[in-house]
Every structure is written in C-alpha cells, then in structure tokens.
Design a protein around this ligand. Structure first.
Ligand code: NI
Length: 258
C-alpha cells in the first residue's frame, strides 16, 4: 500500500469528481492519504474529508502565503481544530519568499506561533519552505522544532540543506518534481537522503509527475514517483513503497498495520 503524505483534495480542481476519485483510491493501491490544510477555509474542508473517508487524515495549518488573514480568533479556532482525533500534524506552515506577499515579518510571526502550537499539542509539523532555507532553519532551531519532528514537504533545496534537516530528525517529502528531466539537484538530494527518511507525496492537484506533467495530479500518480526513487536508489519499487509506508506512519505517529 502507498502512503500519500500530502494532498489538497479540498481544492476546487476536484469539485466535479472529488467523491468518485477519492473512493477509487484504495483499489489503486493508495492505503492512506493526509489531506493538508493551507487556509482557514481549507482546514474546515479537510476536517469534512477526514470525517467522510476512513483512509483520509488531516494536517491542519496556515500556509505562509495565507498568513495575512490570521488573527488571534482564527488562531484559537485552529488550535481547537488540531485537537481532532484524525488530525495528525500541524501544517502546512513555513516561509515562502518566492512571493512578495505577505511581508516576511508576518510570515515569520505566524510560522513561529504555529511551531509553538505543534509543541503544545505534541503534533509533528509539515513544513513549506520556498526560497527561504536560511530563515526557515533559523526559526526551526530557535523554536526547537526537532522536539516535534515532521516533514519538509516538496523538498526543493540542495543535499547540503537536506543534511541540516536530517540532523534535526526530519523526514523529506519527495513528489512529482523528481521525475522531471531537469530536476538534477533534487535527484542528487534523493540519492543522498537515507531511504528511511523519505516519504512520498503528490501535493495534488499540483506538480503531476512525468508523463502527466502540467495536468491535474492525484494520488494514483504516486507510482511514477516511486519508480523514479527506486531507480535512483537502485532498489525495487516494492521496497520503496513499503519503506515509505513505514516512514510515513512514524512521521505521523500512526499504527503501521493497515
Ligand atoms: Ni501543499
């Protein structure tokens, strides 16, 4: 069984066929899905999805690009939502300097607050970090993020940066980008990262792997990601599937038995 560690089935890209698509995933080999909230609205939809489908769990948090709307009332609501029995992580949270907005001070403030929330609730974290490696690491170290652990989702940095996150005990989320021909840096990082720290993710509806690049993504496409990791690591796809299942269960503090 494949463990999908990061998808956004609340996205409007799935409005037409969400239920049909989700119901078909287990027979396509997808055993568990963590749907990841990114805004107050998507956290609410994520809760609805995890209550509707046995195999769907949730990570709840506010994405750096959505932090401008946050205030104390919304933050309190997030804390309550995170107490849900099927909430397995706080995320996705972090820093995104690819976009100019919201300003960095706001992103940093709510990243810090959500790291503190994860510690308070003893939940691992799902990190989104884009063009912001140094600040992400600085804040994670200052807040002792190694105490909660978690995953660096859609890892896009060098193997040297991977080493820093690995030393802090984090898992590395690998998705469709690893199948792209020009993803030399990521392929090198995957070669370097020990197999026991890799988890697979789609970030659906985004980042579909080859040969579906540019189309809507969904968890059934994870086999392409698994095949490419197997090629890089020179092990069988079956081994990648089993190891990433075990890793994801440890990451999200879940039973390994399905
Ligand atoms: Ni995401």
């Amino acid at each position: 069984m494949i463990f999908e560690t990061h998808a956004h089935y609340d996205d409007e890209a799935f409005r037409e066929d969400r239920d049909k698509l989700l119901k078909a995933l287990p027979e396509k080999g997808i055993g568990r899905v963590v749907n990841v909230g990114a805004s107050p609205e998507s956290c609410q939809t994520t809760i609805e999805l995890m209550e509707a489908y046995d195999f769907v769990y949730g990570a709840l948090g506010i994405h750096p690009s959505e932090t401008a709307v946050l205030d104390e009332a919304l933050f309190s609501r997030l804390r309550e939502q995170c107490r849900h029995a099927k909430c397995v992580a706080v995320g996705e949270i972090g820093l995104d300097y690819y976009w100019q907005e919201p300003e960095r001070a706001i992103q940093k403030k709510w990243f810090t607050r959500q790291l503190q929330l994860a510690k308070e609730l003893r939940l691992p974290i799902v990190i989104h970090s884009r063009d912001a490696a140094m600040d992400t690491i600085e804040i994670m170290k200052a807040e002792h993020a190694e105490e909660t652990g978690g995953v660096i989702h859609c890892f896009s940095y060098t193997k040297e940066t991977a080493e820093i996150f690995l030393k802090m005990g984090f898992y590395i989320g690998v998705g469709g980008v690893v199948t792209f021909k020009n993803a030399k840096k990521l392929k090198e990082a995957v070669e370097y990262i020990p197999m026991e720290r890799i988890v697979v993710e789609t970030d659906s509806p985004y980042l579909a792997p080859e040969p579906n690049r540019g189309k809507r993504n969904d968890s059934s496409k994870l086999s392409f990601v698994i095949n490419e990791i197997a090629r890089i690591k020179q092990i069988s796809p079956r081994q990648v599937e089993e190891l990433t299942w075990q890793n994801a269960c440890k990451l999200y503090q879940m039973e390994e038995v399905y």
